[in-house]
Design a protein around this ligand. Structure first.
Ligand code: ADP
Length: 589
């Protein structure tokens, strides 16, 4: 689990995180109502405690009718308390739910338009859990901790003021003991929590051993690793005993010290107070009121440290999110293209393109690559695994910018086109098709969200997918993905092809993956791909060389460099050439 770090609170980070209030400002009316309710409910709880003291004095002096007045007042205070507490929670929730939803949407939308470069340096799983934990930290702060913090401050200041006005001597005496004790309890409590976290980690570690062993049971048995695993597990469980006992000692000391000091100071305050009562400086009711207020205040002092650290945590969380929101995006998020009448002819030219991934700048993946394709022609890229073939398509899609050199599309540098328009002219059928959870129809529609039913069916037919889709009981409404029908690799690929057919791109990028398909699926996919490529500029990353014999041009790439270029016939005539060698390896496959 991820924990948002508590960052040190600097003036700068505090000021920066105040920007979160941009999200709150549209809801300032309910926010201010909430704050007012909070103030009223805090003050009314103080009033309740002080009236209780009065009640006792009245009882002693037998002023029955006055007792009723105070009781009535207490009743009214309780009702005010109930109403303002409810209103405070309700109004704060209006503010939080709405502003957090806006924040969520903003962060997600921003993530959508960040360049791949941003993702290249992040682990996506970690990124998504970090974001969700940051957002929930901020949400908790806005719903609970901010209010708690303000309430605690009001209570501390208010109770000290009331106590001071009743008897400054007793107030001083109390202030010398209880707050210190509350702070001691908090810091000791934190230490205890740290220890128990260590124990939790050890438990998790022992759990990992159990899981690893159970999943790898065949290996354990095959290598007679039982004794090794047994020792490994025994070691962590023994460590667990030591940690557990150490925790017990600390917890024991904590509990007994706290009890002694807490009761000790209560006794001391009551003793000191009784003296004052005896001297007639305060009444018994005053003492009772004093006592209640001190406990109430001590609770707030103790809570304050916790709320403060929670607020600090959410300042850290806000900073993390602001960091993401301030990352430079690669495009604007727009609803629809306005420029859909223009269409690429589809000529592509790479001029001396070199590239290294941002995460490995010193390792060039593409070196000085030049080639060109005329509109509507088919270019195949072949080469050993890791040669840089997929990287070429990533560069063409402008997922990354070349380190040097230029890519021209229709004679104009790719970087000069509007990115959304540019990418709308291309379609990618990747090797590993990932379908979004949803229906088959939705997945095909991804290529053209406003397509008609007929267009969808037509696209599916062209992709040789209509038949298998209609064989499912729910047809196009079949849910795919984890909680739906599992589709085979070939079926997924044909859906991706249907998606590409529907988007009708000028330039088609295919990362062929027919090698993982059985021969019937392969024939169907191949056939669909051929139909799809007609009339478009196509770049095919070929894994099976037999599928690209008819390509207009074949580039042979090795370690990021262009080593051979030509059509199948030409390349096969080159004795000792890489293409001929690779083809030789695949004969009979
Ligand atoms: P191919 O498609 O020919 O198998 P790739 O284009 O996928 O090759 O990869 C070319 C080289 O770039 C490989 O050495 C690979 O390790 C590296 N590479 C690919 N993607 C990344 C990335 N996102 N970050 C860093 N290096 C990468």
């Amino acid at each position: 689990m991820l924990h948002t770090e508590r960052k040190r609170l600097t003036k700068q980070s505090f000021r920066r995180s105040l920007r979160i209030f941009r999200y709150i400002s549209p809801y300032r009316v309910p926010f201010i109502i909430g704050l007012i309710c909070l103030a009223i409910s805090s003050v009314s709880s103080l009033a309740i405690f002080s009236s209780l003291g009065e009640l006792i004095d009245f009882t002693q002096q037998n002023f029955k009718e006055k007792v009723w007045h105070v009781t009535l007042l207490l009743g009214i205070l309780l009702i005010i308390q109930a109403i303002t507490s409810y209103l405070r929670i309700y109004t704060f929730s209006i503010v939080t739910e709405n502003s957090i939803a806006k924040l969520r949407k903003d962060v997600f939308n921003h993530l959508l338009i960040l360049p791949m470069q941003f993702y290249a340096s992040k682990r996506t799983g970690e990124l998504s859990s970090r974001i969700s934990s940051d957002i929930s930290t901020i949400k908790d702060s806005l719903t609970t901790y901010l209010a708690e913090f303000i309430r605690q401050i009001i209570i501390i200041i208010g109770s000290v003021a009331i106590m001071w006005s009743t008897s400054w001597k007793l107030a001083l005496f109390m202030l010398a003991t209880l707050p210190a004790l509350a702070l001691f309890a908090v810091s000791f409590g934190r230490y205890v929590r740290k220890l128990s976290k260590k124990a939790q980690n050890q438990v998790a570690e022992s759990q990992t051993i159990v899981e690893e062993t159970l999943t790898g049971m065949v290996t354990v048995k095959a290598f007679t690793g039982e004794w090794f695993e047994s020792r490994r597990y025994a070691k962590v469980t023994d460590d667990l005993i030591r940690t557990g006992m150490k925790n017990a000692v600390v917890r024991g000391i904590f509990a007994s010290t706290l009890i002694v000091f807490l009761f000790g100071s209560v006794v001391a305050i009551v003793w000191f107070g009784s003296n004052l009562v005896a001297k007639g400086e305060i009444t018994g009711g005053n003492l009772f009121q004093f006592f209640l207020l001190s406990v109430f205040m001590a609770g707030s002092v103790g809570g304050l440290a916790d709320t403060y650290s929670q607020l600090q945590k959410s300042i850290g969380a806000t900073e993390n999110l602001l960091d993401i929101l301030e990352e430079k995006p690669e495009m604007k998020l727009i609803n629809e293209l306005k420029i859909d009448d223009k269409r690429f002819n589809g000529s592509i030219e790479f001029i001396n393109v070199s590239f290294a991934y941002p995460s490995r700048k010193e390792f060039p993946v593409i070196r000085n690559l030049s080639f060109s394709i005329e509109p509507g022609k088919q270019l195949a890229i072949v080469g050993p695994s890791g040669a840089g073939k997929s990287t070429i398509t990533a560069l063409l899609l402008r997922l990354f910018e070349p380190t040097s050199g230029t890519i021209l599309v229709d004679g104009k540098p790719a970087a000069e086109y509007d990115l959304t328009f540019y990418r709308s002219q291309m379609a990618l059928v990747p090797q590993d098709v990932i379908l979004f959870g949803g229906t088959i129809r939705e997945n095909i529609l991804y290529g053209k969200p406003n397509a008609t039913e007929n267009e969808i069916i037509e696209a599916a037919r062209k992709a040789n997918a209509h038949e298998f889709i209609t064989s499912f009981p729910d047809g196009y409404d079949t849910i795919v993905g984890e909680r739906g029908t599992k589709l085979s690799g070939g079926q997924r690929q044909r859906i991706a092809i249907a998606r590409a057919v529907l988007s009708d791109p000028a330039i088609l990028l295919l990362d062929e993956a027919t090698s993982s398909l059985d021969s019937e699926s392969e024939r169907q996919v191949q056939d669909a791909l051929e139909k799809l490529m007609q009339g478009r500029t196509s770049i095919v990353i070929a894994h099976r060389l037999s599928t690209i014999r008819n390509a207009d041009q074949i580039l042979v790439i090795d370690r990021g460099e262009l080593v051979e270029k030509g059509d199948h016939q030409t390349l096969m005539q080159k004795e000792g050439g890489l293409y001929k060698y690779l083809t030789g390896l695949q004969v009979g496959i």
